[in-house]
Design a protein around this ligand. Structure first.
Ligand code: ADP
Length: 165
């Protein structure tokens, strides 16, 4: 029997995208035929980049990755998934702490929309990377070159310089 075409969405805040997110994307593309990275537009606490900026940074990183695209979305993830005719939701896992929240989210999404969530575990080296910590460390001038892509690093520096001046 021919394998079914599988389209996944990877929803998140991505404020900003990190090497941990990229690691999950690179691993998961082997599982799906198409992956849409979906940047949530709903306001997040301590937002650093606008949804447009977050999409732009991701777009720069996926130019050579066939089958992967990025866009932003408003409202409920499950409604967006239905609009895109996505078969599954992709989420990344770092640690057991992530599991509790992600489990609840996945169960809720399945209960309300019948959509399955697929989890992909990140490499050990990114198990401690979070966008929140990246924003905090960046604001204190820490070196983040191992944890975020170069284009994100450049934008962070520009953004923080602007804030200081
Ligand atoms: P959200 O606000 O929806 O949690 P995030 O942008 O923080 O959005 O994360 C999007 C997804 O990526 C979530 O499934 C999150 O658990 C996962 N994720 C975040 N950081 C990492 C990382 N370092 N490695 C693997 N997955 C990660």
């Amino acid at each position: 029997m021919a394998r079914k075409f599988v389209r996944a969405i990877f929803p998140g805040s991505f404020d900003p995208i990190t090497n941990g997110h990229l690691d999950v994307i690179n691993r998961s593309i082997k599982l799906f035929d198409e992956l849409i990275i979906a940047v949530g537009r709903s306001p997040v606490k301590n937002q650093l980049f606008t949804p447009e900026e977050r999409v732009e940074m991701i777009a720069e990183l996926i130019t050579d990755m066939p089958g992967i695209s990025v866009e932003s979305f408003d409202g409920l993830t499950v409604e967006y998934a239905a609009k895109k005719k996505a078969d599954v939701i992709l989420r990344g896992l770092r640690s057991l702490t992530d599991v509790q929240y992600e489990f609840q989210l996945a169960m809720t999404n399945r209960a309300v929309a019948g959509i399955e969530t697929v989890f992909v575990m990140t490499s050990e080296q990114y198990g401690f990377t979070s966008s929140t910590l990246i924003r905090q460390v960046a604001s204190l001038g820490g070196n983040l070159t191992k944890l975020i892509p170069k284009n994100v690093h450049n934008r962070l520096q520009q953004r923080l310089k602007k804030r200081e001046s």
